[in-house]
Each structure stands twice: as structure tokens, then as C-alpha cells.
Design a protein around this ligand. Structure first.
Ligand code: SAM
Length: 306
């Protein structure tokens, strides 16, 4: 008999002692995970309503079909081991760039945790004048430089800094129009240093793409804290606060992100229309986190700019 069955029998019996024992068993037992239903277009279309977290799209059906941006730059399917899936990269392009073209025209962009240069190139391709990437893993910086050179971008239009983003933001002055903080906010707990650094770079806009897996629906700002291993390519790197092989990080929910950005003078403008993207690209795979509203793309504007 499994621990979980024992626990539910104890609960049904009504005895207080058994209830306490049942609570202990539940704390030890991992949750039962149901196998996901078969992935059909119909199942995917129904998902946002079931998840309840994804706002309904208000744009016309069919208008959010993927432009398959990265098919022009297929090296990015190879130069990273961190979610380099075709459909995922392409829909992320739509949510982060195509939907916010206005902020990229002629912009100077700072790409935080620039990885293999995927979003730095996307910024230039969407109209940015120049981009600076900061990435802690030197092999990814090499990939970034090779990728942008391969696709013919002028060396004067991009620069990649190999280093810890907190140290770089602290030591180097930046003056940019747009900051990209994509896939990074949940790999740190050093929010004051990060947002203080972003503030000093004086952007008009900040685009944040982040996981808000746990506590998403909480009606108050919260950050779920856990420790992640720094060996993994997509994770935090070791820093002066890490211990052993792990770094303490947090997943802020959307309210927490808004609260933190507000504290640094950035107003929330809008959340990208992932519901429309999921609806109009029903065969896209590796986007379940966005489809369930557990990952979001948020746009903020400098309050001083009105
Ligand atoms: C999940 S990946 C996100 C990559 C990309 N921005 C995206 O959204 O697809 C996180 C990236 O942050 C980088 N990173 C982690 N800690 C860092 C730090 N302290 N300074 C700079 N980069 C860091 C990792 O090496 C990795 O490339």
C-alpha cells in the first residue's frame, strides 16, 4: 500500500492522531502528477480558458500567426542548449519584438543575460541601432559574436560583454533606450542591484520575459524562493553569495514584478498577447508555460517619459 493511500485512509477515519500522521505523510510524498492529455490543436486551443490565468486575446483570430523569424537565422537552433526550440523561439520573437516594434526603431538596446545573442540579433533586425549584451558564460559570448558576424551585422552595431551582470551594471555606465531582461528575473534574488543598474542605464522601456510559475494567482506580490545549480547553462552563475553548487534565486509573480518596477520608476504598460499567439499557432510546441499563463512578457515605461 502506498504512503498516499495510507494517508487518505487515515484522513477518512476521523482520528486526530491519524490526521497528524496523515499530514506528515503528505509532506513526505510528492504530488501525484497526471499525464497531460494528448497534444492536439483543439486541446491547445482550449487550454487558456482552463488555466484561467491567461487574459483572452482581443485581436482578430488569425492575426497572430508566427512569422517564423528564426527560420532566417537557423544557427540559433544550434548554438544554445537552453530551449532553442523552433516554435518557442519564433513565438517568443512575436511576443517580445513584433508586438513592440515601436520601441525598437533606432533604439540603443541593453540585453541582460544575452545568452547566444538570439535577442540581440532580434533587436537589430527589428530596427534597433545598436545593442550591448551582457552574458556571464564566455562560451555563449563567443557564440553570440560568431552568430551576429555570420549573419552580416556590422561589428559597430553590437558589443558583448562577458561578465556578471551585477558587476558590469555596477562598474560600467550605460545610456540606452530599451533594456531587455529576458529569461533572467527568475535566476536571481538580487533585485535591488539589478533594477538599480537598469535604472541607471536610463531606458525609456524595459521588456521583461519571466516565469511566474508558483504563486501566479496570489492576490499580493510574492517571490517563490528556491536554490538552483549553477552548472546548468541556462541557470544563474556562481557569485559571491552562492554556496556549494547552488545559488539562491526567486520567481516573482506578476504583482511582485510590477511592485519592484514601480519602486524604480517604471510604469507597467502592457502584457504581451500570448493568448492570441497560442490560438493562432495551435501546432506550436514547447510553449505550454506561456499557454498556461505561467510565463509572461511584460512591457514597462519610464515614468518620467509619461
Ligand atoms: C534562461 S537563460 C535566458 C537566455 C535568454 N535571455 C533568453 O531569454 O532566451 C539565462 C541566461 O542568464 C545567464 N546568466 C546567469 N547568471 C548571470 C549573471 N549573473 N550575469 C550575466 N548572465 C547571467 C546565463 O548564462 C544564461 O545565458
Amino acid at each position: 500500500m502506498s504512503l498516499r493511500t495510507l494517508s487518505s485512509r487515515a484522513l477518512r477515519s476521523g482520528s486526530r492522531r491519524l490526521r497528524v500522521a496523515a499530514d506528515r505523510i503528505d509532506a513526505m510524498t510528492p504530488p501525484i502528477v497526471m499525464a497531460p492529455p494528448a497534444r492536439t490543436p483543439a486541446a491547445r486551443t482550449a487550454q487558456p480558458a482552463a488555466a484561467g490565468n491567461l487574459p483572452v486575446s482581443d485581436v482578430a483570430p488569425g492575426s497572430r500567426q508566427s512569422s517564423d523569424f528564426f527560420d532566417q537565422y537557423p544557427r540559433f537552433y544550434e548554438t544554445s542548449g537552453t530551449s532553442p526550440y523552433r516554435a518557442r523561439l519564433n513565438l517568443r520573437y512575436e511576443a517580445i519584438f513584433a508586438e513592440h516594434r515601436d520601441v525598437f526603431a533606432g533604439a540603443r538596446v541593453l540585453d541582460i543575460a544575452s545568452h547566444d545573442g538570439r535577442w540581440s540579433l532580434a533587436a537589430l533586425a527589428t530596427g534597433a541601432r545598436e545593442v550591448i549584451g551582457i552574458e556571464a558564460r564566455p562560451d555563449l559570448v563567443e557564440n553570440s559574436e560568431a552568430n551576429l558576424a555570420h549573419y552580416g551585422y556590422e561589428p559597430s552595431s553590437y558589443r558583448f560583454i562577458a561578465g556578471d551582470v551585477f558587476e558590469v551594471l555596477d562598474k560600467q555606465p550605460f545610456d540606452v533606450d530599451v533594456v531587455l531582461c529576458l529569461g533572467f528575473l527568475y535566476h536571481t534574488l538580487r533585485y535591488n542591484e539589478l533594477l538599480g543598474g537598469i535604472r541607471r542605464a536610463a531606458p525609456r522601456h524595459v521588456l521583461i520575459d519571466t516565469v511566474c510559475r508558483r504563486g501566479t494567482g496570489a492576490p499580493f506580490p510574492c517571490v517563490n524562493v528556491h536554490a538552483e545549480r549553477f552548472q546548468r547553462e541556462g541557470n544563474a552563475v556562481a557569485d559571491k553569495y552562492s554556496f556549494g553548487e547552488r545559488v539562491l534565486v526567486g520567481q516573482p509573480n506578476v504583482r511582485a514584478v510590477r511592485t519592484m518596477m514601480d519602486a524604480y520608476g517604471f510604469d507597467f504598460e502592457r502584457r504581451s498577447d500570448w493568448a492570441g499567439l497560442i490560438r493562432d499557432n495551435p501546432y506550436a510546441d514547447h510553449v505550454d508555460d506561456y499557454a498556461k499563463g505561467l510565463r509572461v512578457t511584460l512591457r514597462f515605461a519610464d515614468r518620467r517619459e509619461g
